[in-house]
Every structure is written in C-alpha cells, then in structure tokens.
Design a protein around this ligand. Structure first.
Ligand code: AMP
Ligand code: ZN
Length: 110
C-alpha cells in the first residue's frame, strides 16, 4: 500500500532505527510512547489488521519478533496489545503489535 505509513517504514522510505528486524518483521519505537518502553512490531507485508492476516509463517514470525525484542531489551514483564478496528482503538491500518513496559500498567484497560 503506497500511502501506508508502516509500509513506508518497512521499506525504509522513512528513516527508522529498527529495534529488531528479520525477513518478515520489523520493530521500531512508537512515535508517541505511552510507557518508557513502547515498541511496535509489524509484518513487512501489508495487512490492514489481524483480521486480514492469513499466513501462518508470518503469524509465527510476529510472535518470534516480540520475543526477540523483549530479549534484546532485557525485559521479562511487558504488555502486548493488538488493536483491531476503530472501536478497539486502531488508528494505523497496518497490523502492529504494541509492546509496552517500564511502568505499572493497569488492567483492565479503559
Ligand atoms: P493503534 O492506535 O493501535 O493503531 O497504534 C498506532 C500507533 O502507531 C500509535 O501508538 C502511534 O503513536 C504510532 N505511530 C503512528 N505513526 C507512527 C510513526 N510514523 N512512527 C512510529 N509510530 C507511529
Ligand atoms: Zn502497510
């Protein structure tokens, strides 16, 4: 998707310092961090949301990337979030997993 901001990050059309990267995924810091650690993990291929994701290799790669990011950051306590759809808080329609850590996180969320 030409107009998608996360596709541009995946293609390095927007300069980004990756926290982690592999063949299928890239992870980078959120522009507007909601916690001391706030990393986004995305598939390099465009999927508008989790609803569109149909590739088991990429599903596996995304979880693997999350585990690699937290290992790299040296954290073992963190929250992962996938917002799917506007009413769930999704604002960027390229699938992404939030990793949040570094402060106490309340549950349930609002
Ligand atoms: P969501 O609301 O779940 O769709 O999350 C989208 C996230 O993307 C928000 O936390 C934004 O702060 C973040 N974001 C939007 N644009 C950028 C960008 N160019 N680089 C990094 N993070 C971004
Ligand atoms: Zn995209």
């Amino acid at each position: 998707m030409d107009s998608c901001i996360f596709c541009k990050i995946a293609k390095k059309e927007i300069p980004t310092e990756p926290v982690y990267e592999d063949e299928y995924t890239i992870a980078f810091n959120d522009l507007s961090p909601q916690a001391p650690v706030h990393v986004l993990v995305i598939p390099k291929k465009h999927y508008a949301s989790l609803n569109e994701l149909d590739d088991k290799e990429i599903m596996s790669a995304l979880f693997g990337a999350v585990k690699n990011v937290v290992k790299k950051l040296g954290i073992s306590e963190y929250r992962t979030v996938i917002n799917t759809g506007e009413s769930a808080g999704q604002t960027v329609f390229h699938l992404h997993i939030h990793i949040l850590a570094g402060r106490p996180l309340k549950w349930p969320p609002g």
